[in-house]
Design a binder for this molecule. Structure first.
Ligand code: SF4
Ligand code: SF4
Length: 437
C-alpha cells in the first residue's frame, strides 16, 4: 500500500515548529543528565536545538564530526521535556535529526549488520541462543549467581565500553521466556484475555521477571496470550535513525497481536509500552492501513501496573515480604507512558514491605539503550549519582519497571559497593502471591 505523506521521521523540516518553540531559557540544563555529567554547553538541549536550526538553514552539515557527536551525546530520555516551559517536543527533534543523518549517509556498517538481523526474527533469535551458549567464554558467573562479569582477557579490551573487570550484567538465558511458557496461559474462571508483549529484554535477559508478570495476571484470573511471532519493539533502531526497520517491526508486531484477538496489550517495559502507545502511532501516521490499527492498539496498551490497578481491581496481596524497597522511575515509563503512581501503589499494598522514596527517583539512570556502551564514561557518572541516591534510602531492594534500567542499576549499585537486589516491581507482587500459597 502506497504511503503518500511524510512524518518528521522522513523530513527534518517538519520539526521546524518544535524548534521555533524554544526560547533558549536554559531550564533544561537543570534536568539534563548528560549536561549534569559533562558540564559542557554543547550537551544541553538548547544547544542541540540551535544545531538543528543551523542544519535546516544550511549553515551546518549533519555529518560534520562535531554535529555527529552532539547528536549521539543524548539519552533521548525526555527529561528536558518535563522542565520546558514552552513544551518543546525534543524527542521528535532528536529522532528527526538522526533519521535525516541516516537518509544522508546510510547506517554505519556495524549498526546496519546488527539492525538487519532484527528484520529476520529467526536469525536474531538464533544469534542470541548462540550467544547464550558461548557467553561462558567471555564472562564468568558471580558468586551471588545473580550476575555475570567479564573474564580477565575480555575485561582488558572491553574497558572503553564499560566491560571492565567490575562490570556486572544479567546473563543471556539459555531458555528464553517465550520457550518457557505456552502461547496461551489459561486462568481458572477467566473472563478477560490479554496479550503480553514481552520485548527482548524480558524474553532473553529477565525471563523470570516475565514469568512473574504472567503469574500475576493468571492469579488475577486473566488469560494471557504470548505470541511467539512477536518481534523487538523497534525502539533500539528508532533511536539510531533506522526508520525503515522500525516501521517493518511495527507493522509485523501489529499483525501478530491482531491475530490474538485479545482485548488488551500488556507490557512490562517502559520502552516497549511507549512504542505501542506513541511511537507506532507517529511512525505510521500516514499509512492508510496500519495508521488506524496503530491508533487502536495505542488505546489498548497498558503497562502491567496500570492494567492491574486501573482496568481491573488488583487481587489484594496477602503474603508478607519483609523488605525495604525503593523504586526507580524509568524515563520511558514515567515520561512517555506517564506511569509512576501505579507501581508505587502496588508496592505499598504488599504486607510487610517498607517503601522508601529516593530524593530523585525519576532522575535518569544513564542507560539509554546503547548510550551506556557508546558513552560509557558519561553513563557511569549518571549511574553513580543514581546508585548513591539508592544507598541513602538504606533499602535492601531497588525495584523498577524497565529491564534496561535493571541492567544499569545492577552494574552501578555494584560499583558503588551497594548490596541492593535489583528487581522488577512485578516480581515482588508475584512473590507475595506465592507466599500466600
Ligand atoms: S527548557 Fe525548553 S524552551 Fe527552554 S531552552 Fe530548554 S528546550 Fe528551549
Ligand atoms: S533527552 Fe535527556 S539527555 Fe537528551 S537533551 Fe534531553 S534531557 Fe538531555
Amino acid at each position: 500500500m502506497a504511503v503518500t505523506e511524510k512524518t518528521y521521521h522522513d523530513d527534518l523540516a517538519i520539526v521546524r515548529e518544535e524548534l521555533d518553540k524554544c526560547m533558549k531559557c536554559g531550564n533544561c540544563m537543570a534536568v539534563c543528565p548528560v549536561y549534569g555529567a559533562d558540564r559542557i554547553e554543547s550537551a544541553v538541549t538548547r544547544s542541540k536545538i540551535a544545531v538543528a536550526e543551523a542544519i535546516l538553514d544550511g549553515e551546518l552539515e549533519l555529518d560534520d564530526p562535531q554535529v555527529y557527536e552532539m547528536l549521539f551525546n543524548c539519552l533521548v530520555c525526555k527529561s528536558c521535556m518535563t522542565a520546558c516551559p514552552t513544551k518543546v517536543n525534543f524527542d521528535r527533534i532528536m529522532l528527526a535529526l538522526r533519521a535525516a543523518l541516516v537518509r544522508k549517509n546510510g547506517l554505519p556498517w556495524l549498526k546496519k549488520a546488527i539492525f538487519s538481523t532484527l528484520k529476520h526474527p529467526k536469525l536474531f533469535d538464533a544469534g542470541l541462543r548462540i550467544g547464550a551458549a558461548m557467553q561462558g567464554l567471555a564472562f564468568k558467573t558471580e558468586e551471588s549467581g545473580k550476575a555475570i562479569s567479564p573474564r580477565a582477557p575480555f575485561a582488558r579490551i572491553g574497558g572503553p565500553i564499560g566491560f571492565d573487570g567490575e562490570r556486572q550484567m544479567p546473563s543471556l538465558s539459555i531458555t528464553p521466556l517465550r520457550d518457557r511458557v505456552p502461547e496461551i496461559v489459561r486462568a481458572p474462571g477467566s473472563t478477560l484475555k490479554v496479550a503480553f508483549f514481552t520485548g527482548d529484554s524480558l524474553n532473553y535477559f529477565y525471563p523470570d521477571s516475565g514469568k512473574d508478570l504472567i503469574d500475576v495476571l493468571t492469579a488475577n484470573n486473566i488469560e494471557v496470550h504470548i505470541p511467539k511471532g512477536q518481534n523487538c519493539c523497534g525502539i533500539p533502531v528508532l533511536v539510531h535513525g533506522d526508520i525503515d526497520t522500525v516501521r517493518k517491526l511495527a507493522r509485523s508486531n501489529i499483525d501478530t497481536f491482531e491475530a490474538t484477538g485479545c482485548d488488551y496489550l500488556i507490557t512490562g517495559c517502559g520502552s516497549c509500552g511507549g512504542a505501542w502507545q506513541h511511537d507506532y502511532v507517529e511512525l505510521l501516521a500516514t499509512d492508510p492501513v496500519y495508521g488506524p490499527k496503530a491508533r487502536d492498539w495505542s488505546k489498548r496498551t497498558y503497562d502491567i501496573s496500570t492494567f492491574l490497578t486501573r482496568v481491573i481491581k488488583l487481587r489484594e496481596p496477602k503474603g508478607r515480604i519483609e523488605k525495604t524497597v525503593t523504586y526507580h522511575d524509568s524515563c520511558h515509563l514515567k515520561k512517555s507512558m506517564k506511569v509512576f503512581v501505579e507501581p508505587r501503589e502496588i508496592l505499598k499494598s504488599i504486607p510487610g514491605l517498607t517503601f522508601k522514596e529516593m530524593s530523585a527517583p525519576d532522575a535518569c539512570c544513564g542507560s539509554g539503550g546503547s548510550f551506556v556502551l557508546s558513552h560509557y564514561e558519561t553513563s557511569a557518572v549518571i549511574g553513580k549519582k543514581k546508585a548513591e541516591d539508592i544507598q541513602r534510602t538504606q533499602a535492601d531492594t531497588v525495584s523498577t519497571g524497565c529491564p534496561a534500567c535493571m541492567m544499569q542499576l545492577l552494574d552501578n549499585v555494584h560499583r558503588c559497593s551497594g548490596r541492593q537486589d535489583v528487581v522488577h516491581f512485578i516480581s515482588l507482587l508475584a512473590e507475595s502471591y506465592r507466599k500466600e500459597r
